[in-house]
Design a protein around this ligand. Sequence first.
Ligand code: SAH
Length: 383
Amino acid sequence: MKNELKLVATAAAGLESVVGREIRNLGIDCQVENGRVLFSGDTKTIIETNLWLRSADRIKIMVGEFPAKTFEDLFQGVFALDWENYIPLGCRFPVAKAKCVKSKLHNEPSVQAISKKAIVKKLQQHFHRPEHVPLVENGPEFKIEIAILKDKARVMIDTTGSSLFKRGYRTDKGGAPIKENMAAAIIELSNWFPDKPFIDPTCGSGTFCIEAAMIGKNIAPGLKRNFDFEAWPWVDSELIQAVRNEALAAIDESVELDISGYDIDGRMIAIAQKNVQEAGLEDVIKLKQMRLQDLKTSKINGVIISNPPYGERLLDDKAVDILYNEMGQTFAPLKTWSKFILTSDEQFETKYGQVADKKRKLYNGTLKVDLYQYYGQRVKRSQ
Ligand code: SAH
């Protein structure tokens, strides 16, 4: 197939730069845009980015982009792309998704149907198949997506399958879980390093603790799951195995981590325990049923990350006000600790009793939230 592919990592709004940093850390040059990061690479790049990126949603192949104001433009544009370099004969290639925004073409089902026809025609011609006989589609699947924005069509193939936030360790999630890739991004945005203590005092299903432990031990987030590209005939299964083996060998078993999760709800701690076990991290993460208000520690220079209940989701407003106020009082003595609190409550700082050093707007699903960041005072450890 092709040696040089144009690739796209999609990301939640607000997290593009984090994804960009992760891609550069893999040694790949990239360009950060709204909602996506562009880069290029080969089959190995597809394997590595799917396996290693913690904050991205999906990795897609960019097959082509062209202006499309009419269905004829769309048909000709899709037909002109080099489908024969991606889709082997016999494979399935549903045009699984079409999204039209601010464009003349807006009937998404028609966009899907016309694009499908154009690809079929192209492959029939390329493989010298008669036009009146439908192509057999019973092999591995290539999911095609068309996005038309301001009359410009982008045609992509998804390499990932179910979104990258699905790591494969979460057995149960409780009422208001944070997505795994969002949790990882927030940890990367914090000033946590594996040598610092880490506490999530409202840990729910344990997502932040598990993601921190995986970062600390350098565990690739995709090791426990599969991806659509793994079934593709032109992706060498030995290469996939080699990249997976390299990732296994890269796990740092010697690092000592101090990661704790607490929750007021014993059922959530039981769920978190199961997820921690599923992730193989039961020796690393300490979990305990405890109220946030009872948090005390003599350790220094740690990081607290919390995604407490917010009005919309779990608690009524009055209870949220009290909780945030008590949170402020409980965290205040922990002067050397940095605190990162994710909530949609715009009055959070008033209720907590301190203005944040920095605020960052993020989206938890479709809900606008802010990450309130309080930096700990720096203290040198005693010699
Ligand atoms: N990030 C978590 C979800 C957190 S939801 C995840 O990914 O699953 C908020 C959690 O705060 C809930 O599990 C709730 O039980 C817990 N909680 C509410 N009040 C609390 C308190 N006073 N002390 C500790 N935990 C509390």
